[in-house]
Design a protein around this ligand. Structure first.
Ligand SMILES: C[S@@+](CC[C@H](N)C(=O)[O-])C[C@H]1O[C@@H](n2cnc3c(N)ncnc32)[C@H](O)[C@@H]1O
Length: 463
């Protein structure tokens, strides 16, 4: 991520880079100045007005009549808002019934949930209670007892103004965005949360509003969320990381994630993490028993090996080539109190697997979750158990991207190819199970091929 794109933190205050400030002002000139006043010197998550001061009509009435009036006025009473529509007046003797009519428009413009009574009308009628009586009776064909009663009740109620601060943070993101930038026709469909970080994948048409979107999200979800980032590059390289830009908040991307009853510290910019795999990891771990020995060749920061040890009592070996990943893996092993059961290493996956066998650590489950390349490492299994015929053969969980119209067949054939270099192997393939984990993109699926390592592969001549 380019440094000049980040929010820098200096003595606890954010200092925005020149480019950041420029982009944000550009954005304001596109939106409405009154709604969105950008203050670079203020806290990074408070750059638009979240509180709107509302002045509403209210009826001051006797407690015993308040409920009746509320029922009779029906939809004209304030509803579904952030404040109870019956308030106790000072001294506790009378009640205030809040109506959904504004005495004057707020500086920030009228909110959808409220109505402005035309000033012309107010001047003419002077009193809203007459107006209220009229609008309630308009919808009624006969002069019912209820209406007569309402008229009488209204006569005994005082019409007053009531002020309160309405917080637009509780609105969904798209509603806030529409309010701040009325010309906007689309908004982010979803986002992912990784610990204290919100991760966006903004479409090109939303990029001019990226800082505002970051601001809104941080303002809405602070203090649980500390940073909002946008993905700017593809997940790539052996460590499966991607470029990102901090849109708002703390530039420190070290965070803590809770998953499947364990806690993981990780640097989101420098290691792989995908919260969407939580259910899949849980499902696999559920199948383990305490006698299992787990080897995870691409362990990341430990989301398979740590819960396997913690919840199932398995002995586990976690390995990752990314030294930063391994550092966090080691930290997380300690953090989750499984140091007695889990060992971390930073090796190439093939070396890791060979070393375990050389040490006569006969793992019962081998996890290979590196979907873009797992199959390139399967060759290590060929002949791995030659002259160790008494050792148990492991169940392999090979995650892979299945492509095209038949991702099941594609995934299975890739695994055969990786194991023995052909799509029609000589061993029995009926016990190979293929599962769809999740859709990734059109014609690209995260698949799991699960199989017991065939004896013909395990005892084969090494090539
Ligand atoms: C898709 S991630 C999976 C991480 C982890 N299993 C998870 O579910 O979060 C793949 C991992 O493989 C690691 N990796 C890439 N090449 C490797 C290799 N040759 N040997 C071992 N690990 C490797 C990457 O650093 C990355 O953490």
């Amino acid at each position: 991520m380019p440094r000049w794109h980040r929010t820098l933190v200096f003595f606890g205050f954010p200092l925005y880079t020149r480019r950041h400030i420029k982009s944000s002002f550009l954005l304001i000139s596109k939106g409405r100045m009154t709604y969105c006043s950008y203050k670079p010197e203020s806290s990074p998550h408070n750059n638009f007005n979240v509180q709107v001061l509302l002045k509403l009509y209210s009826l001051s009435c006797e407690p015993k009549h308040c409920e009746e009036i509320r029922k009779l006025l029906g939809k004209h009473v304030l509803k579904g808002s952030q404040i109870k529509n019956i308030q106790v007046e000072e001294g506790g003797k009378r009640r205030k019934l809040l109506l959904r009519y504004l005495t004057e428009p707020p500086a920030e413009g009228i909110l959808e949930d409220f109505q402005q009574v035309s000033s012309e009308f107010i001047e003419k009628e002077k009193e809203l209670r007459e107006y209220l009586y009229r609008i309630v009776s308009e919808g009624t064909t006969e002069n019912s007892i209820g209406l007569q009663y309402l008229k009488q009740l209204l006569r005994n109620s005082e019409l007053e103004s009531y002020e309160f601060s309405y917080d637009i943070r509780k609105w969904p993101l798209n509603k806030i965005l529409r309010r701040l930038v009325p010309e906007l026709v689309s908004w982010p469909s979803s986002f992912e949360t990784v610990g204290s970080i919100i991760h966006l994948n903004l479409r090109d048409d939303l990029l001019p509003y990226k800082f505002l979107i970051g601001n809104i999200l941080l303002t809405k979800h602070y203090p649980r969320i500390k940073t909002v980032v946008n993905k700017t590059g593809e997940t790539s390289g052996p460590f499966r990381t991607f470029d990102m830009e901090v849109l708002c908040g703390d530039a420190n991307l070290i965070t803590e994630v809770k998953e499947n009853g364990c806690v993981y510290e990780l640097d989101y910019e420098r290691v792989y993490w995908n919260s969407k795999l939580e259910a899949e990891r849980r499902r696999v771990i559920e199948t383990f028993s305490s006698s299992d020995i787990i080897a995870d060749a691409f362990a990341g920061v430990g989301p398979f090996v740590i819960p396997a040890a913690k919840h199932k009592g398995c002995v586990a070996f976690g390995n990752d080539l990314n030294p930063i990943s391994t550092e966090y893996l080691s930290k997380n092993i300690r953090r989750n109190n499984v140091s007695n059961l889990v060992r971390a290493s930073c090796l190439d996956a093939c070396t890791f697997v060979k070393r375990l066998i050389d040490e006569e650590i006969f793992f019962t489950k081998l996890i290979m979750n590196y979907p873009s390349s797992s199959t390139e490492f399967l060759h290590v299994l060929k002949g791995l158990y030659k002259s160790r015929e008494n050792a148990p053969l492991p169940i392999v969980y090979c995650y892979i991207f299945g492509r095209g119209p038949d991702p099941f067949k594609d995934a299975l054939f890739s695994v055969f190819q990786g194991l023995v270099g052909t799509t029609s192997p000589a061993f029995d393939t009926s016990a190979f199970q293929v599962r769809l984990v999740r859709d990734v993109a059109p014609e690209k699926f995260h698949m799991l091929v699960e199989f017991e390592l065939p004896a013909q592969v395990a005892y084969a001549q090494k090539t």
